[in-house]
Design a protein around this ligand. Sequence first.
Ligand code: HEC
Length: 120
Amino acid sequence: MARGGKAKPMQGFRIHLASMLLALVCAQAASASNTTKGDKAFGEYLSSLCVTCHQITGRATGGIPPIIAWPDDQFIAVMNSYRNKDRENLVMRNIAAPLTDEEIAALAAYFGSLPYQPAP
Ligand code: HEC
């Protein structure tokens, strides 16, 4: 960038900066509305942490309950109760502990969208 002196290039820079800030604010507003519903694609990515135990078919296996097709708020409430250590279960407490609200909302959106698959 040109150094010092002329007012015009500097003014141009200010306007550019202002529009960049505006874009940033808009991007943040957009991502804030994403977290309320949960990002399904992100949830699918995170689900690799879960599907070693929980079946995506919705079938229960060896004492591991199905977690699909739940309403988002119910899924989020249960995950929060493991994270807050209100619910007993060492495995799920340890799994929920490091998850952020955004990650739990994403998992809720993904697992909530899966349909039950009948046993073959
Ligand atoms: C090591 C195996 C294992 C993994 C991995 C695992 N879970 Fe679990 N999960 C369990 C078991 C066992 C229970 C039953 C716990 C109980 O009785 O409270 C459970 C219970 C749950 C429940 C409550 C089900 C109900 O009917 O009350 C939810 C929701 C859940 N898990 C979500 C997840 C999510 C999301 C992940 C991945 C981030 C995950 N689990 C990873 C073993 C696992």
